[in-house]
Every structure is written in structure tokens, then in C-alpha cells.
Write a protein that binds this ligand. Structure first.
Ligand code: HSE
Length: 431
């Protein structure tokens, strides 16, 4: 092929960088044909030169600024993670006229808007398919094939670690602590699992998806967040009896001119496609006004799937460079309106410990009714006959979250309630 190679600089070379490099080497011929020019890795920037790496020593440098300033480099792959120094390096690369592909969900969620606008102003690409859902195409389909739709709602499992933990809790009846320990031994969960277990990772991913889907920059702190730490094997068990599985979902929907975005454990009917996504797999359902529901699923993390998403973006950028086109980023608008979780209208699951004696059930139903909370399903069991305690689980009709919260706060010993153990939101549509 006579065409001059396009030259790539890596910033970072951990698990994702290694998978990306391996794909560029293994599939070099077919990628060259698709682009119309070979893609050469020119430099790889790392912070710790002592670690063993799967690439020739001559490519490595600790001078990361030298890579983004190098006039011979056309495209940057950023796989360092974290907001800084990755953000400053990407900004500098864009100011130097380089296209950028990144897998950095935290950076794109927290500083993506200004960086995308900078790329657009310089007719450059800034792609980040790998930031959400690993190898699953989500961002490019939203920007291209689904772009004619007004997105009404998107809902998905975007964190593999918590999906693995919930799968083990459901299938092996493990406790959250044991399932988390197993996930850590298998390398799915970090030693400090906060980002996954408390929903921060999913919150960043949903902020990114919401920004693309609704065309409005979605600040991370406008996404309501609740993790899985409070869940017990009892909740999984009762949800199962009632016909549901519990998943950590990211959900964003258009409500009038506003968006409500939220991450929390959710009861899903067992027949719902997302209820049948297990282990570390991710899946996202997108509802467009014309297309209806489409579902994307696959491996949401790991070296090879995430590398695949990066190389896909890279090929897009490389074709653009070859054909002399401008970058095709779409900058989301700022100043969108975001609703708080209080305005949610949903069904709810409520588990409580109660006095096991006459009239308690009626008193609870009556107290909930004072707040317009009406019941649809119920399970109960005796916990300790001698102590006179029992456990009751309800599902409610749809009600406003603010009413539901007030109702649960009003359930106290005057109506026989000893403790509210858990409450969760319920999605009822089966598909
Ligand atoms: N910790 C993330 C997960 C990795 O479990 O999904 C991919 O972003």
C-alpha cells in the first residue's frame, strides 16, 4: 500500500492499552485495508518504566507531553484513566491539532463537554466509545444510526462487577460480602470496590450516555446514585418469589423538557431481557420514538472488548484523516433541565420487620394509604414466634417517590413496624 502510515501515540498502557495494541498488531492487514493506510504505533507514554509490557521497548517513553506535542503523531489513544493528568494532556493534544480516542469514563463524564467543544472548534474528533459498556457499541449508534429518533428512555446494566455480584447472590444465594470477595479473587472487583459497589462507575457512564442520547450535557451530580451495598440475600429471595430479579440499573428518561437520570438497584420482571443479563455482561436498552426498543449487550469491560471499541473509534478517525474530512463530534448543549429523584413516579418494593399480632397488616396499609401509597402484592413470614416478630414484603402501585418516602417515614411502632429493612424501585414493563 503506497499511502503513508498514520501515526498513533498512546497515553497509558495498562490492561486496556495492551488489548488495543494487540488488536492493532494482530489485525494490522485488515485494519489497513479498511482505513486505506497502515496504522503505526509511534510512541507509548507510561508513568512506570519498570513494569513488563507487551510491546517493543523502543516505543516506550515517560515523556507524555512529548507525545501530545510531537508533530509526527496524528492520533492519540488515552488509556491512563483519572481526570488528571489525562484531561490536560488531551486538551493539549487537541490544541496541537491531534484527534483523540479515549476510554476514560471519569474524565468524559466530568469534563467531556468542554473537551468535546474544543475538538469541534478545531474540526477534530474526540471519540469515547470505550468509556461505556466496554466492547458494546452504544455511543456511535446513538450518534449515527439512531440519531433520527428522539430518545425517550435508556436503561441498562453498565457495571460488570456489580452484575457479577448480584448474579452470584441470586444463583448461589451468597451474601453480598461473599460474592464481593469472590469477584475480588477473580480480578473483577478492585481491592477498594467503592467505585463499583456504590454506583459511582455506573453514574459516570449514565451521565455520558444521557448527554449523547438527549443532547444535553449531563453533570454527574445530576444523576441520582445509589449502590448495592444495602442489599441482602433476603431481598433477592423475596424479589424472586414475587417474580423479579434485582439489577443495578442506570436509567435516564425524558420527562417533558427535562431529563431524570438515576442509578440504583431495581426489581425487574424475570422475563425482561435485562433481567437475563448475567455475570460481568453489560446491556443497554434504548427506546427511540421511531425505532422502538433496541438492546445492545456484550462484554462491558476487559482488555480485548475495550480494545475493540477503541480500535473501532480509531478507524473512524483514520478514515476521516485520509478523506480530509472534519471531525464529526456532536457537542451536547449546556443548560439542560434535570429532575431530582423526588419527582420519580414508580412502583416500590418494601421489606419491614413487624410485630406479629392482629391488626398490624391493616394499620400498615392504612398508614401507607394516607400518603396515596397503595399495595399490589404481599409476602410475609414469621421471624421469631416466641418474640412475636414477623417480616412483611409489599409491592406498591405507582406513586410519587416523595410520597413514598414520607409514607415509609411514617411507619413506626404505632402501626406495629419495628424496622424498615429495605425499599427499592420496581420497573414493571417486561420489555
Ligand atoms: N469496573 C467496571 C465494571 C469496569 O465493573 O464494569 C469497566 O468500566
Amino acid at each position: 500500500m503506497a499511502t503513508a502510515p498514520l501515526r498513533i501515540g498512546f497515553l497509558g498502557f495498562g490492561v486496556v492499552g495492551t488489548g488495543t495494541y494487540r488488536m492493532l498488531v494482530d489485525n494490522r492487514e485488515s485494519i489497513s485495508r479498511k482505513v486505506g493506510a497502515p496504522l503505526d504505533v509511534a510512541k507509548i507514554g507510561i508513568r512506570d518504566p519498570q513494569k513488563p509490557r507487551e510491546a517493543p521497548d523502543a516505543l516506550f517513553t515517560t515523556d507524555l507531553e512529548g507525545i501530545v506535542d510531537d508533530p509526527d503523531i496524528d492520533m492519540i489513544i488515552e488509556v491512563m484513566g483519572g481526570v488528571e493528568p489525562a484531561g490536560s494532556l488531551i486538551e493539549r493534544a487537541l490544541r496541537n491539532g491531534k484527534h483523540v480516542v479515549t476510554a476514560n469514563k471519569e474524565l468524559i463524564a466530568k469534563r467531556g463537554g468542554p473537551l468535546i467543544r474544543l475538538a469541534a472548534a478545531n474540526s477534530l474528533d474526540l471519540h469515547f466509545e470505550a468509556a461505556v459498556g466496554g466492547g458494546i457499541p452504544l455511543i456511535q449508534p446513538l450518534k449515527h444510526q439512531l440519531a433520527g429518533n428522539d430518545v425517550l428512555k435508556l436503561m441498562g446494566i453498565v457495571n460488570g462487577t456489580t452484575n457479577y455480584i448480584l448474579t452470584r447472590m441470586t444463583e448461589q444465594r451468597m451474601s453480598l460480602e461473599d460474592a464481593l470477595g469472590e469477584a475480588q479473587r477473580l480480578g473483577y472487583a478492585e481491592a477498594d470496590p467503592t467505585a463499583d459497589v456504590d454506583g459511582h462507575d455506573a453514574q459516570c457512564k449514565l451521565a455520558i450516555l444521557s448527554g449523547i442520547a438527549f443532547g444535553r450535557e449531563t453533570p454527574v451530580d445530576c444523576v441520582y446514585r445509589e449502590g448495592i451495598r444495602g442489599l441482602t440475600a433476603d431481598d433477592i429471595h423475596f424479589a424472586g418469589i414475587l417474580g423479579y430479579r434485582i439489577k443495578l440499573l442506570g436509567i435516564a428518561e425524558a420527562i417533558g423538557p427535562a431529563v431524570l437520570a438515576r442509578v440504583h438497584p431495581t426489581l425487574l420482571p424475570k422475563k425482561h431481557p435485562l433481567a437475563n443479563v448475567h455475570d460481568v455482561y453489560n446491556a443497554v436498552q434504548i427506546r427511540g420514538d421511531f425505532v422502538g426498543d433496541v438492546i445492545f449487550s456484550g462484554r462491558g469491560a476487559g482488555s480485548d472488548p475495550t480494545g475493540s471499541a477503541i480500535v473501532g473509534d480509531l478507524i473512524d478517525v483514520a478514515r476521516n484523516i485520509r478523506l480530509g474530512g472534519a471531525g464529526n463530534v456532536i457537542a451536547p448543549e449546556t443548560g439542560g433541565q434535570f429532575l431530582t429523584i423526588d419527582s420519580l413516579v414508580s412502583r416500590y418494593y418494601l421489606r419491614m420487620r413487624v410485630d406479629d399480632k392482629p391488626r398490624v397488616l391493616g394499620q400498615i396499609a392504612s398508614r401507607l394509604g394516607e400518603f396515596d401509597v397503595s399495595l399490589t402484592d404481599m409476602e410475609m413470614r414469621v421471624l421469631d414466634a416466641a418474640a412475636g416478630t414477623g417480616e412483611i414484603v409489599f409491592l406498591t402501585h405507582e406513586c410519587r417517590e416523595s410520597d413514598f418516602r414520607q409514607a415509609t417515614e411514617a411507619l413506626d411502632d404505632t402501626c406495629g413496624v419495628r424496622e424498615i429493612a429495605t425499599w427499592l424501585r420496581v420497573e414493571t414493563r417486561e420489555a
